[in-house]
Design a protein around this ligand. Structure first.
Ligand code: SF4
Ligand code: SF4
Ligand code: FES
Length: 306
């Protein structure tokens, strides 16, 4: 069971006072200054799929620290069994994402001195994904969704053996490839955050940028538009932009990926002019059926099947 730290409110822009758990208990680090020097308190969700609770850890304050530094000191002191995923400590691996005072954030990039002072900092696992233990969640849903569409299938290189692209196409793809797979955009997307049942047929914003990167690649030969319409739940996204607001890489998820992707899918299915154009002009991409053969892993029901 994932902890509900939001009390039914929007996952972002919440009153921090709402985040302080009522039944947390206090543990004091043995190294806490005996003279009552400055301290910080982390209220960390501890538990497993069976349930859990917030536990407070009061630690000496150290200038310049980020939340992950304090979590590491908690691990080194009062709670060596605290589970927490991290890798780079530089905002580049995406593995330390958590909900800090009710907002998704990278623990390694969230400075303690930029959070409200004098109250506990509440740290909880991403709510949208199943808890494994403490701050670690099972994000395999995202990898399952990544396999729902066929991968990049380039056309043959030119006679000189070189692939060529326009610079504008290179830059479009580079924006999407900045994704560090922190999955915070998935975490705030209301389509799956509050509706577990939608996960069976909704890929989410992180996957939509992947699909848009593939669909807009000038060298790719797969036409995935029908597959996107049937398999990814793109129509459930109502462009709230919550995903874009939390992206630590500043990717314009809705403007540059979701909206153009929706336009392409609608064109493919419902635009009679585009349909006629495809009939008259020579088809240069593999059909949806041909492309689907490259994604045999698909096993979930589509929205149309339900
Ligand atoms: S814009 Fe769409 S994908 Fe992004 S959070 Fe809103 S509903 Fe989800
Ligand atoms: S798109 Fe942004 S928020 Fe979403 S997983 Fe990638 S880096 Fe994280
Ligand atoms: S530890 Fe890699 S992004 Fe935070």
């Amino acid at each position: 069971m994932s902890p509900d730290t939001t009390a039914g409110a929007s996952p972002v822009n919440q009153d921090v006072s709402l985040q302080v758990p009522a039944q947390a208990h206090l543990e004091t680090h043995p190294g806490l200054s005996p003279d009552g020097g400055p301290s910080v308190t982390l209220s960390i969700w501890r538990g497993d799929p069976g349930g859990g609770a917030f536990v407070e850890y009061q630690m000496p304050a150290i200038e310049g620290e980020v939340v992950l530094d304090v979590v590491h000191r908690v691990q080194a002191g009062p709670a060596p069994d605290l589970a927490c995923r991290w890798n780079c400590k530089a905002g580049k691996c995406g593995s330390c994402s958590a909900e800090i005072n009710g907002k998704p954030g990278l623990m390694c990039m969230t400075r303690m001195d930029q959070l409200p002072q004098g109250v506990p900092v509440v740290v909880a696992p991403l709510r949208t994904f199943p808890v494994i233990r403490d701050l670690v969640t099972d994000v395999s849903f995202n990898y399952t969704m990544a396999r729902q569409l066929p991968p990049f299938a380039p056309r043959p290189a030119g006679p000189d053996g070189i692939y060529r692209m326009m610079q504008i196409d290179v830059e479009r793809g580079q924006e999407f490839r900045k994704c560090i797979e922190c999955f915070m955009c998935q975490d705030v997307c209301h389509v799956i955050r509050d509706h577990e049942e939608n996960k069976a047929f909704y890929a989410g914003p992180r996957m939509f940028i992947r699909y848009m990167e593939l669909e807009s690649h000038p060298l790719d030969t797969n036409d995935r538009r029908e597959l996107i319409r049937r398999r990814t739940g793109l129509s459930l996204c109502n462009i709230t932009k919550c995903c874009t607001e939390v992206c630590p890489e500043g990717i314009h998820i809705t403007d540059n990926a979701i909206i153009p992707l929706k336009e392409r899918v609608v064109d493919a299915s419902y635009d009679p002019v585009a349909w006629l154009g495809r009939k008259i002009l020579r088809r240069t991409k593999r059909s949806a059926a041909e492309a689907a053969a490259d994604a045999p892993a698909f096993s979930s029901p589509t929205r149309e099947d339900r």
